[in-house]
Design a protein around this ligand. Structure first.
Ligand code: PLP
Length: 282
């Protein structure tokens, strides 16, 4: 596979990363994952706009415009022949000896990206997944898509050890989001999700789903809810670039609603499938 590093497209084996890269020492950087359907980037503008915003929030300047980043991603799709898959791109603050404060004089950020072939996760999309509640021990700027993912890594591992697909994070008695997903509950026909704040990543798929709710006349309340309220929902689902709209059928081993993907979740899945290329919509 061909990767991108600092202006060059290179085979993975021939590229080098410095051990002094601040991404390696501190997780000092930001990233994006962009889905590819039928050889086309999906919601690319939104993803690269969020990448710029994440960079600005951590006081980094990406040496490419959003359009240039899109062009790099498109080139990776092309040279790697990606039909269905995704692009991963990260930007670190650059290479410098290990001191916490920003390098002075400033160094150039390191931009790397690669492409992955993978199919849509139809099995989990159709059947749903099990989840567990896990304490949200992350920092207070979860709105930044930062490379610092240790809180998410530990939560996801806990979920996997419990034979579950995802951890539902709980901070101060409130469900925030998943370790790598946004969480939604449905009660009496209303879709509930945590408001976009510093406590969650405002997912691009979350935004797509909120738009689809509006277009389909499904009422939404961006309102935080407690774990007990989550357990009492009629339906529950999670969203992300790779998981799309995945039903959550159990939390902590307890069935949500009737324990199978619910009708409104299915309606949203169908609406989601209608706005991706027909050839992959299934
Ligand atoms: N929340 C967190 C913590 C994430 O890491 C992610 C994606 O990786 C999401 C939500 C979903 O965001 P998106 O829909 O943009 O993939």
């Amino acid at each position: 596979m061909i990767h991108f590093i600092d202006g060059q497209f290179l085979a993975k084996d021939s590229l080098t990363i410095s051990i002094d890269d601040r991404g390696y020492y501190f997780g000092d950087g930001v990233y994006e994952v962009v889905k590819v359907y039928d050889g086309e980037l999906y919601t690319a503008e939104e993803h690269f706009e969020r990448l710029s915003q994440s960079a600005t929030k951590v006081k980094m300047t990406i040496p490419y415009s959003e359009q240039q980043l899109i062009d790099i991603a498109k080139e990776l799709v092309k040279v790697n022949g990606i039909v269905t898959g995704h692009i991963y791109m990260q930007v670190t603050r650059g290479v410098s000896s290990r001191v916490h404060q920003f390098p002075n004089p400033e160094v150039a950020p390191v931009v790397t990206a690669y492409a992955v072939h993978n199919q849509r996760p139809m099995k989990t999309i159709e059947n749903g997944v099990g989840t567990i509640f896990v304490d949200d021990i992350r920092w207070l700027r979860c709105d930044i898509k930062s490379l610092n993912l240790l809180g998410s890594v530990l939560a996801k591992q806990e979920a996997f050890e419990a034979n579950c697909a995802e951890a539902i994070l709980v901070r101060d008695g409130i469900v925030t989001e998943g370790s790598s997903t946004n969480m939604f509950g449905i009660k009496d026909g209303i879709v509930y999700t945590h408001p976009a704040s510093n406590l969650i990543l405002n997912g691009i798929t979350r935004r797509v789903v909120l738009r689809l709710c509006e277009e389909n006349g499904i009422p939404v309340e961006e309102k935080a809810f407690a774990p007990e309220e989550a357990l009492a929902m009629d339906e529950f689902f999670m969203t992300s670039t790779t998981a799309e709209v995945t039903p959550v059928i159990t939390i902590d081993g307890k069935a949500i609603g009737s324990g199978v993907p619910g009708p409104l979740t299915k309606k949203l899945q169908e609406a989601f499938a209608r706005q991706i290329p027909v050839s992959v919509a299934g």
